[in-house]
Design a protein around this ligand. Sequence first.
Ligand SMILES: [Ca+2]
Length: 207
Amino acid sequence: MALAPYSHAVAPGSIFSPASIFSNNIGNAGFNDEDFRMIDHSGLSTNFVNGVTDFNTYLTGNPTHTILSNFNEWFAPFNPPISPGVIIFDLGGTYTIDAMAIWNEESGGVKDIALYGDLGLIGNFLINSNYSYLSSGSYPAQVVTFTPMTTQYVALVMNSVWANAWPSPSIGELAFRSVIPEPATYASFLGIGSLVGLRALKRFKRS
Ligand SMILES: [Ca+2]
């Protein structure tokens, strides 16, 4: 199953998944572990609505991801021949993002990653290992924040993984936060609105 590309309204500060996987240079382990398992909300303890649910509120509730891999997590083939692995996500439209929540798989999760958007490097990040969550049956999200970038595509470059060497990178789920406009944006908008209102009022008085 492939997720159809979509363009949707995204509320400021909301959480949303990429619409589709644009490319994946290291492939999938099997039919139960395809790459879209990390963008289809599978395995999450509580769900969210793309572009509607508030990112910060949702993450404050500590949503976790199951360690059961089948139909829930992406796994690359064992010992993928290409390094680094690069997965490019299509957000389904052009959005401004400033954070990513990642539920990093507990045994073969990614470690040192770089994110790139349409305008270049978003940032380099160390993603934690959640290996200790094997016994609990689920693992939490890690949130990384960065300078806002307006982009349609996000490339995730896997420079290293937590498991030994390069056996089988894996991610449970990831999603992004849309940017809340700066107060200055609101102020300028209100300024324009006031100016228009003033002109309308003057016209009204003249009539
Ligand atoms: Ca998942």
